[in-house]
Design a protein around this ligand. Sequence first.
Ligand code: PEP
Ligand code: MN
Length: 342
Amino acid sequence: MLIVMKPTATQSEIDRVLEVIDTLGFRPHPMPGASRTAIGITGNQGAVDRAHFENLPGVADAIRVTKPYKLVSKDLRPERSVVKVGSSVIGGEELAMIAGPCAVESPDQVFEVAEVVAKSGAKFFRGGAFKPRTSPYAFQGTGEEGLKILAEVRDQFGLNIVTEAMDEYGVDLVEKYGDCIQIGARNMQNFSLLKYAGKASKPVLLKRGLSATLDEFLLAAEYVMAEGNYDVILCERGIRSFGSHARNMLDLSIVPALHKITHLPVIVDPSHGTGRNYMVDPMARAAVAVGADGLIIEVHPCPEEALCDGAQALLPNQYLELYSQVAAIRKVVQPEAETVSV
Ligand code: PEP
Ligand code: MN
């Protein structure tokens, strides 16, 4: 059930609806929008009786939700959401550029890249301290020490830190040191982790699972939001396919498909999406052309020595060239004019 308030509804009328939902034993999710507030209801097993709400003052409509997802949906918020991440936003007018190494390896490596990323004008820095590796013998990340290096990057360069958490321990640490909790492709359907991140005080960047459908992807985001964390950014990062010319198949058609259904920002990761250095720039340009709200790009000062994902890393100068190209494309591909903060 979704309660749509009249544009003229007062705060006390909204509060009354929240109270009724609470009394029924359900959870209310108020979403203020540009023209009206809508309130999603979760926690109900069967249908909720409209009669509880239709005659309350300030209520315009009580609508049954027939789709599997509620809170991610544009039915709840017709305008695009702008998610605050640290001192900046993702989903606003400006293309969000998140750049940095795959993994935090050492202070020197991180600082060398951070200097370039800061100079480029990007507002976000990436780097994994906890790495989900296919082999247990591969480099697993630098853990809390790595997060401390990232926190120094924020202090020194003013960049907002996006970094992965693989478990609840990681979520607590990323909350402490970072600005945005990345949930990786392999964990997209780790439901207990999603619920835990849904209780966190920092936004969540949710990557699409290796073979997730659009519905599965949105329902994973719904898990986070149902716990009360509405600051979710979706990230397309390529899915498994039969070809071997690229590491994954970057599914750019999901960008407009998601934008049609959800108010959440959608960004694209052409680094993991292709796995090949030479493909990152053309696919980044394509992603911006199809309306992505941002990009996440891996950069390394010496890719052949990278401890993780060297084959897809851009050299600093390649990253700078990519940024100038996508910035030019962004100028002619404007997001929907009307946006509103979460
Ligand atoms: C990453 O961003 O470093 C990463 C591991 O991504 P994904 O979860 O998309 O593989
Ligand atoms: Mn990587």
